[in-house]
Design a protein around this ligand. Structure first.
Ligand code: GAP
Length: 444
């Protein structure tokens, strides 16, 4: 983990947030390369969830959330962690994360600590008008269920996907970007007929596992864990966690839950008319029935929900960990190479003019950059330092799949040299063929 954190800072993937003022615990900022990597991961998820399917719509809802949403969802009462104080060192910990040096006899009895952040809404700050920063993106998908249904005329099964920030006042944020207080989630709420929920749950577990493998995660480092008994969230009939071998240990990367009709039911009015199967709080505030008309018997039906919910930041950490490779070279030296899948690589190609002060070489490099950039397949840069070896090393370390050298053969014969990050092999190509080569590399 230390090596990865150091690389992230040195090369501009991830920085401690608010660092110049001593930092704020549990918050991180994504630098020039990190933002590209993160965007690429999110865009890959969005493509596979929304564009490649015919049964999912997208949503981007507000972060500030009406207190009633989180009251009826159960978060106000149950979204808590047990907190203990150590009377010796004066620090507070989550009960299961007390460090060894704190003695048992110094700890207070655990008390429940709600993880939601609250903020004031509007100009009066007397606690009468507040909102929560959402602790999961899911709830605003449920509250928009009817809006999406009515505006798209969808029928079951269908899903609503959302990517966005979530906030949790974690008692002990830790392990770099693994457990943080501000993070992003990629969540799908997939609405199905009750009775088909278990089949869909299994299908989504397989789908999500395959997707992570297609992002470059080694399948043997993911374990599928069935959550049972007390470990299940209050809304869940069954949950499967995809556990990944992070640098600090085996931990949850994504959870896939069968949320039954709990959420749509709990946010509905006149719940007695809805034949709900789950036990929901009596809702006296909602003005909607979050239900769909059953095409067979014309009665209102509350769909069951299958929810694959992945953390973007944990995804980025897993991808960084998988990509990180220190290779022994034939000459006994080592090279650090980040072997990202090309579609995730922060920079797709680096174009290197052989000499930095040669106008013809440099302008040809910028012309090629502009042509490649127009394909809109990701970021392409020109490295105008004149040191090819140094640039190869730098781009291995940040995971750029190819470097393209512009030299005098390019001026005279239209030939460029393409150097592959993984094999380190170089091949010559007519400059007119570079666009197709680049498209083949990135479009699979
Ligand atoms: N809507 C369901 C839900 O939020 P969760 O298991 O609490 O379920 C889903 O969170 C995913 O969000 C987790 O699998 C994890 O990847 C990510 N996540 C949760 N808490 C996090 C935190 N404090 N820091 C980073 N990622 C977190």
């Amino acid at each position: 983990m230390e090596e990865l954190v150091a690389l992230c800072k040195r090369r501009g993937f991830i920085f401690q947030s608010n660092e110049i003022y001593g930092g704020l615990q549990g918050l991180y900022d994504y630098g020039p390369l990190g933002v590209e990597l993160k965007n690429n991961l999110k865009s890959s998820w969005w493509s596979s969830m929304v564009y490649d399917r015919d049964d999912v719509e997208g949503l981007d809802a507000s972060i500030l959330t009406h207190p009633d949403v989180l009251k009826y969802s159960g978060h106000e009462d149950t979204f808590t962690d047990p907190l203990v104080d150590c009377k010796s060192c004066g620090l507070r910990f989550r009960e299961d994360q007390v460090p060894e040096q704190c003695k048992k006899e110094d700890l207070t009895e655990p008390r429940e600590f709600n993880l939601m952040f609250k903020t004031n809404v509007g100009p009066i700050d007397d606690g009468s008008s507040f909102a929560y920063l959402r602790p999961e993106t899911a709830q605003q998908i449920f509250t928009n269920f009817k809006n999406v249904l009515d505006s798209t005329s969808r029928s079951l099964p269908f899903g609503i996907a959302q990517i966005g920030k979530a906030f949790r006042n974690e008692i002990t944020p830790r392990n770099f970007i693994f457990r943080v207080r501000e993070f992003e989630q990629m969540e799908l709420e997939f609405f199905v007929h009750p009775g088909t929920d278990e089949k869909w749950h299994k299908e989504w577990v397989l789908n999500r596992l395959e997707w992570w493998v297609s992002q470059g995660i080694d399948k043997s480092k993911i374990q599928v864990l069935n959550i049972t008994g007390d470990e299940l969230a209050h809304y869940s009939k069954s949950t499967v966690d995809l556990m990944y071998e992070f640098p600090h240990g085996l931990e949850e990367l994504e959870g896939i839950a069968n949320r039954t009709d709990f959420d749509l039911g709990s946010h509905s009015k006149n719940q007695d008319d809805l034949n709900l199967t789950s036990s929901v709080p009596n809702n006296v505030s909602s003005n909607a029935k979050l239900a769909i008309q059953d095409l067979e018997n014309k009665k209102l039906l509350v769909p069951y929900v299958i929810e694959p919910s992945a953390g973007v930041d944990r995804g980025v950490l897993a991808i960084l960990n998988e990509a990180f490779n220190v290779e022994k070279l034939d000459d006994g030296k080592e090279r650090l190479v980040m072997s990202f899948k090309p579609h995730l690589a922060p920079i797709k190609a680096a174009i290197i003019p052989l000499k930095k002060n040669n106008d013809d070489l440099v302008s040809m490099a910028f012309k090629l950059k502009s042509d490649l950039q127009k394909l809109r397949l990701g970021r392409v840069v020109v490295e105008n330092t004149g040191n090819i070896g140094k640039n190869y090393r730098k781009h291995d370390e940040i995971g750029t799949p190819i470097c393209i050298t512009i030299d005098f053969d390019t001026l005279e014969k239209n030939i460029v040299t393409i150097r592959n990050r993984d094999t380190m092999l170089q091949q010559q190509l007519d400059i007119g063929d570079v666009l197709d080569y680049f498209k083949n590399l990135l479009i699979s």
